[in-house]
Design a protein around this ligand. Structure first.
Ligand SMILES: [Zn+2]
Length: 70
């Protein structure tokens, strides 16, 4: 697998992932990912992307409840 930016070799390791929303911040410390050995670009594969999307979806729904209570 080659980096789409610099065409260097991608290494299977892990990377952090962060999102910031108005009512919460999420930091996942270490997700399996492909990382470029040269420029540091990170790619997540489909299972990881789907898990992150599911997590955010749950957070969106559950945080609605917490917002009402505040
Ligand atoms: Zn690269």
């Amino acid at each position: 697998m080659k980096c789409m930016y610099c065409y260097a070799t991608m290494i299977r390791q892990s990377a952090p992932f962060q999102i910031t929303r108005p009512h919460y911040h999420v930091t996942l410390e270490s997700i399996p990912a492909w990382t470029c050995s040269q420029c540091g670009e990170v790619y997540f594969e489909t299972p990881e992307v789907e898990a992150i999307q599911n997590l955010i979806e749950l957070l969106e729904v559950q945080s609605q409840v917490l917002r009402k209570a505040a």
